[in-house]
Design a protein around this ligand. Structure first.
Ligand SMILES: [Zn+2]
Length: 440
């Protein structure tokens, strides 16, 4: 009994320990509390929060309008063009679509403040021919992409309207950005371009989480490879003695399966897909597999990558040696590269988010490390978080995705307060976000 019970008790303790570590909120420093309190008490800020609540219906209408514009990976143009028009109509004459396809609009501050990006992503995971029509049932909206990340896009627009309605003067500059390429093989191309072209950005917020309280501040890095094994092929009986692409791939998978990775920092791998071969009685001339590897830190990710690449090459050598051949080869391609990174849980950007979340009466949920647009800035050492949208989204990345708009205004309210705290309000509070020396 004891011997059976013990491991499960230990497992439970281990799980609890992990949960506690992730959910812990760092203490808020007094200076941050004071600065935030001054902002929250400001008349114009109160007016802006009221505005955001009253604007909720407009925001929802806009969400329904934008979600039906298709935005598959690498084909975000139609949605970007529409989004640019909407931003320009709100007074941003210099808003533009950059070379990569991101929509960028800058609201300048009073000068010499930090530059903060507030963003949502334009792309969805859904192919071009997906039926995007909205169905409403029991107060919920059903449509692919209705939450992820159409809701983030419209919250940016509502925040801009709140600035326009109240004329709040910030110290720092705010970059409102609709990014491309957040999903899948888009491989963060939008944020990569943004930070390549702007070396002076000091902070980044992505509005892209299924519920308001969620905050992601740790970035899981991932590398993905496609390995294509090629051999001479031939009849299974007549050409017996030739190396096989499938056998080589099998050897590679066996080697990869035995690799050891650290639990902390969590480092993982999987051969996600395999295909190949012509028929049961053919020696396979081609086999293809895709491998995904992830870690919260870059060093173990690179070590794992080295191990996987070696496993593939050794497997090819072994298959050739088995048959005394040199005809089997492999082509290995990097098809995904998202950098990892960590930042302190008490960084100013986290303090601002925690204060703002509590201020609107929502319980913060500090999420496990994830792979989002924030990966890129976090990997560069730039403070960045991916935060929840208003309302609640379920079944993201599936055709059954739905959005519950109950109290959805709390999302824009929370994010608006956090942005003000980070860039500072003229004559009210200094920016909490430090200015960084420009990057090389
Ligand atoms: Zn998303």
């Amino acid at each position: 009994m004891a011997s059976k019970l013990l491991p499960s008790v230990l497992l439970l303790v281990a799980m609890l320990a992990v949960t506690v570590v992730m959910a812990a909120e760092a203490p808020i420093v007094q200076a941050a509390k004071d600065s935030f309190a001054a902002i929250a008490a400001h008349q114009k800020v109160k007016a802006a929060l009221d505005f955001l609540k009253n604007d909720d219906a407009n925001t929802l209408t806009e969400q329904k309008t934008i979600v039906v514009i298709p935005a598959p990976p690498f084909k975000e143009q139609a949605r970007a063009t529409d989004y640019l028009k909407r931003i320009a109509a709100l007074g941003f004459k210099d808003a533009r679509i950059d070379k990569e396809g991101n929509v960028v609009a800058v609201r300048p501050g009073t000068g010499n403040g930090p530059k903060l990006v507030v963003s949502a992503h334009l792309d969805t995971v859904f192919p071009e021919d997906t039926d995007l029509a909205i169905k409403e049932k029991d107060g919920k909206l059903y449509a692919p992409g209705i939450g992820d990340d159409t809701r983030g896009l419209v919250e940016l627009l509502s925040m801009i309207r709140a600035f326009n309605a109240t004329g709040i003067k910030t110290v720092g500059d705010i970059y409102f950005v609709g990014t491309v390429g957040e999903e899948g093989l888009g491989d963060l191309r939008g944020v990569k371009a943004l930070f390549r072209d702007h070396k002076d950005l000091d902070g980044f917020i992505s509005i892209d989480g299924p519920e308001t309280g969620r905050i992601v501040y740790l970035a899981v890095g991932s590398h993905r490879y496609r390995a294509t094994f090629k051999g001479p092929g031939g009849h299974s009986f007549l050409k017996f003695g030739q190396p096989s692409a499938i056998h080589a791939m099998g050897r590679a998978i066996a080697r990869i399966s035995d690799l050891q990775t650290p639990r902390q920092p969590k480092t993982t791998f999987t051969v996600g897909t395999v295909r190949g071969g012509i028929s049961v009685n053919s020696i396979a001339d081609e086999a293809v597999m895709e491998v995904d590897m992830r870690s919260v830190e870059n060093a173990p990710l690179l070590k794992l990558e080295e191990g996987i690449l070696k496993a593939v090459k050794d497997a090819v050598a072994e298959e050739n040696a088995r048959w005394g051949s040199d005809k089997l080869s492999v082509d290995i391609k990097l098809v995904g590269d998202r950098p990892a990174g960590v930042q302190p849980s008490d960084a100013p950007i986290m303090q601002a988010l925690l204060l703002a979340t509590h201020a609107v009466g929502v319980q913060p949920i500090l999420e496990e490390a994830a792979s989002t647009d924030s990966n890129l800035p976090i990997s560069l050492g730039i403070p960045a978080v991916t935060v929840g949208r208003g309302g609640r989204t379920e079944s993201q990345h599936s055709p059954g995705e739905w959005f519950d708009p109950t109290n959805a205004y709390l999302g824009p309210q929370r994010n608006f307060l956090a942005v003000l705290a980070l860039v500072g309000v003229d004559g009210v509070a200094k920016p909490m976000l430090p200015k960084r020396p420009p990057r090389q």
